[in-house]
Design a binder for this molecule. Structure first.
Ligand SMILES: NC(=O)c1ccc[n+]([C@@H]2O[C@H](COP(=O)([O-])OP(=O)(O)OC[C@H]3O[C@@H](n4cnc5c(N)ncnc54)[C@H](O)[C@@H]3O)[C@@H](O)[C@H]2O)c1
Length: 273
């Protein structure tokens, strides 16, 4: 993917397993320059673990322009990231929003028992932050700029176990469509990549292990998708190669989402019974 002369932001790298890192690698391989953020460290964490995990990756990348802290729940910190990007880059050509969080207690309990506070927290971090980031970046985005976020099929259909995060992803998908409409006149695109299960920190918290087995049996491709495959499609959405696409939810899941029955899994179950 050609990112020659393109500069933008990658929000949501926690470590080398993060989907954001897989996408950033593809962008930087294509010549793109990336500014990164990390979750701020607690003042009492002398080892600065959050920063260190990301800087271990970015420090050796010539195309990593900067690494700054950002709590996406803090509007001031979001604004500060945009100012840094504008100072370093002039205009911003792409933004990856790869951020989600829900309290483990809420993720693990049936949706009917979701707490009010947990619902608000999950929606704020996993959905509102896309609006906040887009609004803060609005004046700095170049014409033709692309914003992409990460979603999951659990927002389209009920995926037991995904619980409150499924509700967040449904809201995120709708947010993508409304933002795509708002940003269209500025020639800025907003899309989401809906990835199949991938082993990451957030993925494990959302019960990815069970889903990996299911996808292996049910997805038409008969396997799970790789970090690299998700990385390539993420880069595609951030690049000018997708310049006619906006408001789209693009699935990279081996085809799992289009199945209307368990397919080959049925045969497998019949064999084992
Ligand atoms: N792993 C999967 O199977 C999968 C599948 C589909 C979609 N997704 C989505 O991909 C995105 C990235 O997740 P991942 O799987 O790479 O896991 P990850 O844990 O590597 O990434 C989640 C990121 O969210 C960040 N984050 C959480 N709260 C934040 C806050 N308040 N401010 C700033 N950043 C914050 C974390 O620091 C982390 O970098 C999420 O939206 C997730 O729901 C993941």
């Amino acid at each position: 993917m050609d990112f020659t002369g393109k500069k933008g932001l990658i929000l949501g790298v926690a470590n080398d397993h993060s989907i954001a890192w897989a996408i950033a690698q593809q962008v930087m391989n294509g010549g793109g320059i990336c500014g990164f953020t990390h979750l701020p460290d607690r003042p009492d964490d002398e080892r600065q673990r959050n920063r260190r995990r990301v800087s271990q990756l970015t420090d050796t990348c010539p195309n990593a322009a900067f690494l700054v802290p950002m709590d996406a729940q803090n509007d001031e910190e979001i604004r500060s990231v945009m100012t840094t990007a504008a100072e370093k880059f002039g205009k911003i050509d792409f933004i990856l929003h790869s951020i989600a969080f829900a309290d483990r207690d809420d993720l693990n309990r049936d949706t009917v028992f979701t707490s009010r506070a947990g619902f608000k927290l999950a929606m704020d971090v996993s959905v509102y932050t896309l609006i906040a980031v887009t609004a803060a970046a609005k004046d700095y985005l170049s014409p033709g700029a692309s914003i992409a976020t990460m979603t999951y099929f659990g927002g389209e259909k009920c995926v037991p176990g995904y619980n409150v995060m499924g509700i967040c992803k449904a809201a995120l998908d709708a947010t993508v469509r409304y933002l795509a409409y708002d940003m269209g006149p500025q020639s800025v695109r907003v899309n989401a990549l809906s990835a199949g299960p991938i082993r990451t920190l957030a993925g494990r918290a959302a019960g990815v292990d069970e889903m990996l087995t299911l996808y292996e049996h049910m997805a038409p491709l008969g396997r799970n998708v790789s970090h690299e495959e998700v990385g390539k499609t993420g880069a595609f959405l951030l690049s000018t190669a997708s310049e006619g696409i906006t408001g789209e939810i693009l699935h990279v899941d081996g085809g799992y989402n289009m199945m209307g029955s368990p397919g080959r899994l049925l045969k497998k179950l019949a064999e084992s019974s």
